[in-house]
Unconditional design. Structure first.
Length: 169
């Protein structure tokens, strides 16, 4: 059974509803939002408009919308940052490193000199996966590591705006 993380209220629902400045792109079924943790500058997530938890909950329409949005923002990231690569990843359940119970598909521009290895940054850096069943995530042990990748709301808004300006027509 896939064990879901607990986060109440859901930060991604809040972003879609009340923090419009975080939104880079939107369509009928998907939103692209800036990631609060910038392991790489420009790191963002494509999320469903609906509050659903995992890949297994998506409709066929949502599956298509997520990938179309991921491609659009990848094009914008290439134009904005000239990265060496674009990493995409998506976690389903706490044992895969999922931290928010709302479907999100990570899109990350990879640059030379980043220090978290080849795979998804959260998995390389955090003890996110494999925590106690049914327990909500306790971020206290992450403080030092989080500090390194945390940026101000103003910086996030600027980054989101820059990527937005480079979206394809
Ligand atoms: Zn949600």
């Amino acid at each position: 059974m896939i064990e879901l993380p607990i986060r109440d209220p859901c930060d991604l629902c809040v972003a879609g509803r009340e923090e419009r400045w975080k939104i880079i792109d939107e369509s009928e079924h998907a939103l692209t939002v800036i990631n609060p943790w910038q392991f790489e500058v420009g790191q963002c997530c494509v999320i469903t408009r609906r509050h659903v938890a995992t890949l297994l909950d998506l409709s066929d329409q949502e599956c298509g919308a997520i990938m179309a949005s991921a491609k659009r923002v990848a094009e914008a990231l290439v134009k904005t940052y000239r990265p060496l690569g674009i990493l995409t990843f998506q976690n389903n359940g706490v044992f895969s490193g999922q931290e928010t119970p709302h479907f999100h598909f990570h899109v990350v521009p990879r640059q030379k000199g980043s220090d978290w290895g080849v795979g998804p940054p959260q998995l390389a850096t955090f003890d996110g996966a494999g925590r106690k069943r049914g327990a909500s995530h306790d971020p206290s042990g992450d403080a030092q590591r989080r500090e390194r990748v945390q940026v101000s709301a103003r910086q996030l808004a600027e980054t989101a705006g820059l990527i937005r300006s480079n979206l394809p027509e």
